[in-house]
Design a protein around this ligand. Structure first.
Ligand SMILES: [Zn+2]
Length: 193
């Protein structure tokens, strides 16, 4: 177990959909509570799937959170209490500004914990995540189980026809797949077009 008490560092928790990123984040939040390191919890405005004011894992555990449209507004929230840590969920929906803000907050001494998808549904690096992974002290990359072959899965496969990168969804729209089954699935989509 690493020392979560380290001041001024970034941890990124990433992986495909259904890999347990929110559960991992909630586990970190419990550790912060035991350590009495008060966290400010942030989600982008975009993600309102489960609850507007809470981080809710698919297993149903939750934690109160602030919704931000612009990540730079985080500085106003930080002034309101003696926060020691910043926890950000669904971080792939924030723009490049998140890279600058996360780096700045770590430099100021905050423990910054960020969860988000590393790849979009076409396996392309997603938003600010690649850069965040590069500047982080620690990266936890999770895997799900491929629904086709049951091997470890690192991609989110979109089952429905839509070209929107930010299409939100759950089990109906997406499934976890390994590389091989993702590539095969995309080929089959083109054949069926
Ligand atoms: Zn597979």
């Amino acid at each position: 177990m690493y020392k979560i008490f380290n001041e001024g560092m970034i941890e990124v928790i990433t992986g495909p959909m259904f890999s347990g990123k929110s559960e991992e984040l909630l586990r970190r939040l419990r550790t912060l509570e035991y350590a009495k390191l008060k966290p400010l919890v942030i989600k982008p405005k975009f993600d309102t799937r489960f609850s507007a004011e809470e981080i809710v894992s698919r297993s149903g555990i939750s934690h109160k959170t602030h919704i931000l449209d612009n990540i730079k507004d985080i500085y106003d929230l930080l002034k309101q209490d003696s926060y020691k840590a910043v926890v950000i969920d669904e971080a792939h929906f924030f723009g490049h500004d998140l890279v600058l803000v996360a780096d700045d907050l770590a430099n100021l001494g905050y423990l910054v914990i960020i969860a988000g998808l590393d790849q979009d549904y076409l396996r392309q690096p997603f938003g600010p995540m690649p850069e965040l992974m590069a500047i982080a002290e620690r990266v936890t990359k999770l895997q799900a189980i491929c629904v086709v072959c049951q091997h470890a899965a690192s991609t989110s496969f979109r089952k429905v026809a839509s070209n929107k990168t930010n299409l939100l969804g759950n089990y109906h729209e997406y499934e976890a797949r390994c590389r091989k089954c993702h590539v095969h699935g995309e080929k089959m989509k083109k054949v069926n077009d």
